[in-house]
Design a protein around this ligand. Structure first.
Ligand code: PRT
Ligand code: ZN
Length: 298
């Protein structure tokens, strides 16, 4: 077998193993990301493991807490997990490759709603229930607070109500769990979102596959942050409208069949497009269309 065909056979066997949450809050968004990256995942029985039929990736479905350990041990090459889990488990040998913008939450300290709170010294000598003992203990240490940490696996929010603790340290997103358990958030320890994390010591071929995956993830995230905008405007307004929608380099300007009018195409920030659309209307733009962008490579 010559070198070229040897390389071909090695390459078709080589796969990047990516670990995602089996079920829970990050599962759906992680699968959506795979789909946006263009991977056709084969439906498997029991769904412990699957692969893409059109890209060299294998997907492992795991509990989120186990993902950093599996990557560190080389069972998976990379994975999608919350920064909160990484901070709790430690990220020795792991590298955060990309923030993914979903699974956003914060790890906060909360106390009974009716309690007065004058600052961190409140926690001196108190009992705090949490599923994040490592993060909490280093936070307390760095603030010179001595408190009793009760590590519990779940339903942390009920701990003060049943007399197990005076306070809790737990993840918060909307705050409704705290509210319905008579608690109030008083300190934020960590802000978190899902990240793509990888083993630092991947071989060249796996690193190459990971870079191709990251390229797709970035193009997709970039696309989501922007919108494509099309409009018609009188030629006399082109200069003013170009200032409002400068786009990546400059807007595309095409003549319309109607004399004295042009069509302008550009890209705008997804967060700003309502304000931009109002400004465009004031400048005389008509027939404004705003279209989502699937992928964007700048
Ligand atoms: O079974 P497995 O171990 O895989 O899942 P899990 O039960 O440990 O985790 P899961 O699915 O609940 O969460 C997975 C990840 O989602 C977390 O590690 C975070 O990175 C992220 N995330 C984002 C959250 C939340 N938001 C969140 N609100 N994880 C948990 N919560 C919980 C929180 O613990 C509390 O019970 O939701 C409740 C608070 O929510 P709000 O909206 O009432 O404030
Ligand atoms: Zn978990």
């Amino acid at each position: 077998m010559n070198q070229e065909s040897l390389f071909y056979f090695k390459s078709i066997d080589m796969k990047l193993t990516i670990a995602i949450q089996k079920s829970g809050r990050l599962n759906k968004s992680s699968l959506e990301l795979m789909s946006f990256c263009g991977f056709n995942l084969i439906e498997g029985n029991g769904r412990l493991k699957t692969r893409a039929e059109n890209f060299p990736v294998e997907v492992l479905f795991l509990r989120d807490d186990d993902i950093p350990g599996y990557i560190r041990d080389g069972v998976a090459d990379c994975g999608i997990v919350g920064e909160n889990v990484l901070a709790e488990k430690g990220i020795e040998n792991l590298q955060v490759e990309e923030k993914l913008g979903f699974g956003t939450c914060r790890l906060s300290l909360a106390i009974p709603r009716e309690t007065n709170y004058a600052g961190l010294t409140y926690f001196q000598g108190k009992r705090i229930a949490t599923s994040y003992p490592e993060i909490l203990s280093s936070f307390l240490k760095s603030n010179n607070i001595k408190a009793e940490i009760h590590g519990i696996g779940g339903s942390v929010e009920i701990a003060p109500g049943i007399g197990l603790s005076d306070a809790i340290c737990d993840l918060v997103s909307t705050g409704s769990t705290l509210l319905s358990n008579g608690l109030k958030e008083v300190e934020t320890i960590l802000k978190s979102q899902a990240v793509l994390v990888a083993n630092q010591n991947l071989n060249g071929e796996k690193r190459d596959i990971l870079d191709r995956l990251i390229f797709r993830v970035r193009a997709n995230r970039q696309g989501k942050k922007n919108k494509y905008i099309l409009l018609n405007a009188p030629n006399g307004k082109i200069a003013a409208i170009t200032k409002i929608i400068p786009g990546i380099k400059a807007p595309t300007i095409l003549p319309l069949a109607t004399e004295g009018w042009s069509s302008l195409h550009s890209v705008v920030n997804a967060d700003d497009f309502w304000d931009i659309t109002m400004k465009l209307k004031k400048e005389g733009a008509e027939g404004i269309l705003v279209i989502p962008i699937e992928n964007m490579i700048v």
